[in-house]
Design a binder for this molecule. Structure first.
Ligand SMILES: Nc1ncnc2c1ncn2[C@@H]1O[C@H](COP(=O)(O)OP(=O)(O)OP(=O)(O)O)[C@@H](O)[C@H]1O
Ligand SMILES: [Mg+2]
Length: 310
């Protein structure tokens, strides 16, 4: 079993229109609404790859059924902690040329009791798991080193944690010795205070994270793929796509691929192969944060994997 902590469940609204005109009243050609959040994306892609997975996150009365139905349909066991305040809303506007503008709501601020219930639920699930994923922003109210504490609690029980966070939470998780971190180009640049203009620069960040105690750091580079370091060898993996439809959530799908391969005992380079296939598969579809199994299988043979010089 893989357990994903994706506490800050979102309700995503996707509007499709010709061209966004700020300040004007516009009618969308299509409007869709679905449950979202980075942890939810990871969990549904893990399920698509055929591994048992459970997700721990917030829910509210208005969206309880929507989330439960979607997760059940995708094969994810959802453990929702219900709160009174509405979940955060995120709006994405997709234009005809493929450009996506995202507005992310601030989300509810959690009282200590709700925070404790999320952590208790997570730990109950974690104890029956082989691998843990902590993904996305924490709801307001949690302190910045919450992921770091969760990583330490898991490590003490011999459970590896894969973490996708940014800013302070990422810095703390690195210091706590997460098994794997996966900053994207911008997050990694902020972390090291340097520019990441090539896979070699990403490998340097991965090596620095490894020296800090992160066993298998991965840095993602959007269309240029991803770089990982396992303590011996730095690897670069990528899939070249003719066209990207919507790459939002590709990092979440890549993380799902890494989690599934590592849970199966694969070495980091094979995890990167599955991860970049999942990231690219997500970019081929309109839906945010879901890699379909058939697409992933078809892309696996297209992955270019190479060793980077030390
Ligand atoms: N246009 C693309 N073509 C091919 N592969 C892509 C493309 N965009 C993303 N990917 C794959 O997905 C992975 C993750 O993408 P990216 O670096 O954009 O993550 P991210 O910024 O964390 O995304 P998000 O946070 O929205 O999930 C990349 O490492 C790459 O393997
Ligand atoms: Mg990301």
């Amino acid at each position: 079993m893989i357990t994903v902590a994706g506490f800050n469940t979102a309700i995503d609204h996707l509007f499709t229109l010709d061209a966004l005109a700020p300040g004007a009243v516009q009618r969308a050609a299509r409007a869709e609404l679905y449950p979202g959040g980075k942890g939810l994306h990871v969990a549904q892609t893990v399920a698509a790859l055929g591994e048992r997975v459970q997700l721990v996150g917030l829910t509210d009365a208005a969206h309880r059924n929507l989330i439960a139905r979607r997760m059940a349909g995708r094969g994810v066991l959802f453990h929702g902690v219900e709160i009174e305040a509405p979940l955060r809303s995120c709006i994405a506007v997709r234009e005809a040329d493929g450009r996506v503008t995202e507005i992310l709501g601030p989300g509810p601020a959690l009282a200590p009791a709700a925070q404790e219930e999320l952590l208790r639920t997570w730990w109950r699930c974690a104890e029956e798991s082989a691998l843990l994923v902590l993904s996305g922003s924490l709801p307001r109210g949690f302190v910045a080193d919450t992921y770091a504490r969760m990583v330490r609690q898991a490590a003490a029980a011999g459970l590896p944690c894969l973490v996708d966070a940014s800013g302070e939470a990422l810095r703390h998780a690195a210091a706590a010795g997460a098994r794997l971190l996966k900053p994207n180009r911008d997050e990694a640049a902020e972390l090291c205070g340097c520019r990441i203009d090539a896979p070699e620069a990403a490998a340097a960040v991965a090596r620095a994270l490894h020296a800090q105690g992160v066993a298998q750091p991965v840095v993602t580079l959007g269309a240029e793929g991803a770089v990982g370091f396992d303590g011996r060898q730095a690897w670069h993996a990528a899939v070249v796509l003719e066209r990207s439809v919507n790459a939002v959530g590709s990092g979440d799908c890549l993380l799902a691929g890494l989690a599934v391969a590592l849970k199966r005992g694969e070495p980091l380079e094979e995890a990167l192969r599955l991860g970049v296939a999942c990231g690219a598969a997500n970019a081929m579809d309109e839906e945010t944060g879901y890699a379909r199994r058939a697409r992933v299988d078809a892309l696996l043979g297209e992955v270019r994997l190479r060793r980077l010089a030390a």
